[in-house]
Design a protein around this ligand. Structure first.
Ligand code: SF4
Ligand code: SF4
Length: 473
C-alpha cells in the first residue's frame, strides 16, 4: 500500500528529529532547562500581577498586566506555541512551580523517593476534561472585565497560581495541570494538531529497557510528572513537554520531532481513545470563539454592553445564551448532523455516540484556525502598545527601554479580514482532509464512509461560511 499523504502531498509518517542536533539534546537533558525559562516567566508574571494589582494605566489607557497577558501571551499561545510547538507553554509555565517546589523540596536537583505532600490520587471520575471545560467556560463569563479591569486579571492569574499550589499539596504530581488548569484543556486539544511532538524513538529499545526510568524516575530526573507512559503514548494531549523523560532515559531514546500537522486527530486506540469530554472541549472552544468575535471584533455595540454588564439583565442574558450555545445548541446541531451521517451511510450498526465523538475531532483544525484568526485581530491593531507598556510597566512615568512614547500604530488592519479568512480556509481544508479519514475509520466500507461524510462536510462548510462572514462581512 502507498503512503498516506494529506492533500496527496504530506506524508503522514514523516518525522524530523530536532534532538538529533547535539545542542538541543544537551539542552533537553540539562536540569537547568526548562527551569531557567520557568524562572524567567515567573519574573514576568510577578511584574504582571503587580501591575494588574496596582492597576495603573499608562497613556492610551492601557495596563501592563492586561496588555501582556491578553495581547502578547494569549496571541503567542494561539498563533505560534500551540499550532507549531504543541504544549511548549506548559514546558515554561510558572503556575505550578510552587507546587513542584513543595513536592520535590528543591527547585533544581532531583529528590529520590517519596515526594512531599499528601500525594493523593486524583478521583477517577474526574480524570477527564470536564472541570477544565466548565472552568474555562465560566472564566469567559468575565471576559468583558479582563481587558478593562486589571484587578480581574490579577484575581484570575493569582487564583490559578494559588490553586495550583494548594492542589500540589494534596494531589500527586501535576494533577492540577492534567485535570484543572483552565489553560490546559484547549492546549491539550489543539496540540493534537501541532506540527511537533515528543515521542520515544525506537520502541524496541523501550521494550528491552524493563526498568522504566522515564515513568519511575532516577537520579537524573523525575518519573513523568504528567503520569504518562513516555515509552508508549501516541498523542500530544497530555504531554506537558516538561522534558523529564529526556533526562531519565539512559538510552537517549526520547525525541522531539517535527511532523505533519494533525496526525494525532487520527489516533483512536484503546489506551488513548477519542472521548466525549475532549469532544465538548472542541464545541466549547468554537462556541467561545464565535461569541468573542461577535462581541470584541464585531460591529454590535449592544453585545459589548451586555458582556461588560452595563445592565444586570443584559449580563445574565449573555451568560445564559453563551453557556446554552456552547453546551447545548452547538453540540445539539452537531448531533443532528452526526445522525444524518449515519442515515446517509446506510449503516445503522455504528453507535451514534461513536459518530458524534469521532467527527467532533474535525473541529480541532477549524477551531484552531478560528482562534488564530482571532489572534490576528488582537495583535495587528494593538501590538504596538506592547512597546509602549514594557517601558513603563507600572504607569509611573518610566521609560526603561526608551519606547514609552511609541505611538499607537495599527499594522495591516486593512487586510485583517482577508488574512483571517485565508487562515480559516487553510485550516478548514485540514479539517476536511482529516475528517474524511475519520469517516473511513468510523464506517467499515468506503462507500459508507463517503456517504456518511457528506453531512459533516456540510456542517464544517456552514461553520466556515459563518466565520468568513464575520471576518470579511
Ligand atoms: S497545564 Fe496550566 S499550570 Fe500546568 S503547565 Fe500547562 S498552563 Fe501551566
Ligand atoms: S512524556 Fe511526560 S516526562 Fe516526557 S515530556 Fe511529556 S510530560 Fe514530560
Amino acid at each position: 500500500m502507498g503512503k498516506d499523504k494529506l492533500f496527496g502531498l504530506i506524508d503522514l509518517d514523516w518525522r524530523f528529529e530536532l534532538t538529533k542536533f547535539k545542542l538541543i539534546r544537551v539542552l533537553f537533558k540539562s536540569r537547568w532547562f526548562p527551569l531557567l525559562l520557568i524562572l524567567f516567566n515567573l519574573f514576568i508574571f510577578v511584574v504582571i500581577l503587580l501591575s494588574a494589582f496596582l492597576g495603573g494605566y499608562s497613556a492610551g489607557n492601557y495596563n501592563f498586566g492586561i496588555m501582556l497577558v491578553w495581547i502578547l501571551w494569549w496571541v503567542l499561545l494561539m498563533l505560534v506555541l500551540v499550532p507549531v510547538f504543541s504544549r511548549t507553554w506548559c514546558m515554561m509555565c510558572p503556575f505550578p512551580i510552587f507546587g513542584d517546589w513543595f513536592q520535590r523540596r528543591r527547585l533544581f536537583g532531583v529528590t529520590q523517593g517519596k515526594l512531599a505532600g499528601l500525594n493523593l490520587k486524583w478521583p477517577k471520575f474526574l480524570k477527564n476534561m470536564w472541570i477544565m471545560n466548565i472552568g474555562f467556560l465560566i472564566t469567559t463569563f468575565f471576559s468583558g472585565f479582563f481587558t478593562v479591569r486589571p484587578l480581574a486579571t490579577f484575581i484570575l492569574l493569582g487564583g490559578i497560581i494559588l490553586l495550583a499550589f494548594v492542589l500540589g499539596l494534596i494531589f500527586e504530581k501535576r494533577s492540577f495541570c492534567l485535570y484543572v488548569c483552565p489553560v490546559s484543556g484547549f492546549q491539550g486539544l489543539y496540540s493534537q494538531f501541532a506540527a511537533s511532538e515528543i515521542r520515544r524513538k525506537d520502541p524496541e529499545i523501550c521494550r528491552k529497557h524493563t526498568l522504566k526510568t522515564c515513568y519511575l524516575g532516577n537520579e537524573k530526573g523525575y518519573g513523568c510528572p504528567w503520569l504518562l507512559l513516555p515509552f508508549s503514548f501516541e498523542k500530544n494531549t497530555y504531554c506537558g513537554m516538561c522534558l523529564e523523560c529526556f533526562k531519565t532515559c539512559p538510552h537517549d531514546n526520547m525525541g522531539f520531532f517535527l511532523r505533519p500537522p494533525g496526525v494525532d486527530i487520527l489516533q483512536d486506540t484503546k489506551r488513548e481513545p477519542r472521548r466525549i469530554d475532549e469532544a465538548y472541549k472542541a464545541f466549547i472552544m468554537l462556541g467561545i470563539a464565535l461569541m468573542f468575535y461577535s462581541v470584541f471584533q464585531g460591529p454590535w455595540g449592544v453585545l459589548k454592553d451586555m458582556v461588560r454588564a452595563t445592565t444586570m439583565k443584559g449580563y445574565l442574558t449573555y451568560i445564559s445564551a453563551h453557556a446554552l450555545f456552547s453546551l447545548v445548541i452547538l453540540p445539539g446541531i452537531f448531533l443532528l448532523f452526526s445522525w444524518l451521517s449515519r442515515i446517509f451511510s446506510g449503516n445503522k450498526d455504528v453507535p451514534l455516540k461513536k459518530i458524534f465523538v469521532s467527527f467532533s475531532y474535525t473541529l480541532i483544525p477549524l477551531g484552531l484556525g478560528v482562534w488564530i484568526g482571532f489572534s490576528f485581530g488582537i495583535i495587528l491593531p494593538n501590538g504596538s502598545y506592547i512597546l509602549h507598556i514594557i517601558s513603563d510597566p507600572f504607569a509611573w512615568g518610566w521609560n526603561v527601554l526608551g519606547t514609552a512614547n511609541f505611538p499607537w500604530t495599527p499594522v495591516f488592519t486593512g487586510l485583517l479580514g482577508y488574512l483571517q479568512g485565508a487562515t480559516l480556509i487553510v485550516f478548514y481544508l485540514f479539517s476536511l482532509a482529516l475528517g474524511f479519514r475519520i469517516s473511513k475509520q468510523i464506517y467499515p466500507e468506503k462507500s459508507q464512509a463517503q456517504r456518511g461524510w457528506i453531512p459533516i462536510l456540510v456542517f464544517l462548510t456552514l461553520i466556515t461560511l459563518i466565520f468568513l462572514w464575520l471576518f470579511i462581512g
